[in-house]
Design a protein around this ligand. Structure first.
Ligand SMILES: Cc1ncc(COP(=O)(O)O)c(C=O)c1O
Length: 355
């Protein structure tokens, strides 16, 4: 993938330039934007701003597996549609959208396909030609590139995609974005892309096998484990699971040895869009597999079989605590505030260990 043009913002500014910039550039003829309910907040917020300016926005629901319904997408596109913005890999549930099919529909209908590929670049193959991508937002630090500025926006040159600049200034980057590009960071991101491309195939095999091992290990020991989002169309480094009867925050706090996150599980737009009920959404945990996050280096990253196995064991031990098998506990979790619940849990554990 060779960007025809690049700018230097991170993914949110790139998403803003793409969604708002393209829509506003064509404001005389295009009054409509299509996106999906599981987009990153910066895309959804950009759409909300456009709505306030009088543009129309169709925010497509997704299927229970997290994929955009292609027929609904095709039907939503109108003669006055500007961008269709659908993210490549979902940051909360890891679902990979059908990019080639979405690009084909956009091409047939003559609209620009923008994809937020912050979670996709360097992890899954992206071919802007085959996928009919007109605009693509990237983020350097997701592939161990420099933090802060090391990111880019791909803008197609043929056929040319036009965007209105969203920031006043000196007209750098051919008027797309003012501000001097920090060369070391741009070079750093280029190097990160190069390395990620070389390692993608090997990493993908390694991470898929770790994901399978983790999921099989957990499922072999526990019932009531639900994978949120499609398993088939998923970046394997993101496994989002719900555990019946266990509140995600409690599980998160109970797991001391492994790096997991509940993200914004209780308010997760993606999980809600999938139709996951509130109880199960509250028990959701996102396992980041195969990657190292600087802030979490004190805990075991799931980068090898040993760590994945011990993660499965730790989860099983925690979820199997009698407290979670007690039928009134789920209701307690709902009634009590989290701190009270954790306090109760600690008292219970102390009693359990001294009995
Ligand atoms: C899909 C997606 N878009 C945008 C962003 C924001 O990107 P940045 O980290 O460059 O601010 C993220 C961050 O996690 C993301 O996952």
């Amino acid at each position: 993938m060779t960007p025809r043009r690049s700018s230097s913002p991170r993914a949110p500014p790139s998403n803003n330039i793409s969604v708002k910039g393209l829509t506003r550039f064509h404001r005389a003829r295009k009054r409509h934007v299509v996106t999906s309910q599981t987009e990153h907040k910066c895309v959804l917020d950009s759409c909300r701003h456009l709505k306030q300016e009088g543009f129309e926005v169709t925010c497509l629901p997704v299927r229970p597996n997290g994929l955009v319904h292609l027929d609904q997408l095709g039907a939503a596109i109108r003669p006055d549609t500007g961008p269709v913005s659908v993210m490549a890999v979902n940051n909360e549930i890891g679902v990979v959208q059908l990019l080639e099919e979405i690009g084909r529909i956009c091409r047939e209908k003559g609209v620009v396909f923008h994809t937020d590929a912050a979670q996709a670049i360097g992890k899954i193959p992206i071919d802007v030609e085959k996928m009919g991508i007109g605009l693509m937002s990237l983020s350097g630090h997701k592939i161990y590139g420099p933090k802060g500025v090391g990111a880019a926006l791909y803008i197609r040159r043929r056929p040319r995609v036009w965007v209105e600049r969203q920031m006043s200034g000196g007209g750098q980057e051919r008027g797309i974005r003012s501000g001097t590009v920090p060369t070391p960071l741009a070079v750093g991101m280029g190097a990160a892309c190069e390395i990620a491309e070389k390692e993608m195939e090997y990493d993908s095999r390694r991470i898929s096998s770790l994901q399978e091992r983790l999921l099989n290990g957990i499922r072999a020991r526990l019932d009531g484990v639900v994978v949120n989002g499609s398993l088939e169309h998923r970046y394997p480094g993101n496994l989002n699971l719900s555990f019946a009867y266990v509140e995600g925050e409690s599980l998160l706090m109970g797991l001391k040895e492994v790096a997991v996150s509940s993200g914004s599980a209780c308010t997760s737009a993606s999980l809600r869009a999938l139709g996951v009920d509130e109880d199960m959404a509250h028990t959701s945990i996102r396992f980041g597999i195969g990657s190292k996050e600087e802030s979490k280096l004190q805990v075991k990253e799931m980068t090898n079989n040993e760590n994945v196995d011990s993660a499965g064991l730790e989860i099983m031990n925690f979820v199997s605590l009698p407290i979670f098998r007690f039928p009134t506990i789920p209701s307690l979790v709902k009634i009590l505030d989290l701190n009270d619940f954790v306090l109760l849990l600690e008292v219970f554990l102390v009693n359990l260990s001294s009995s």
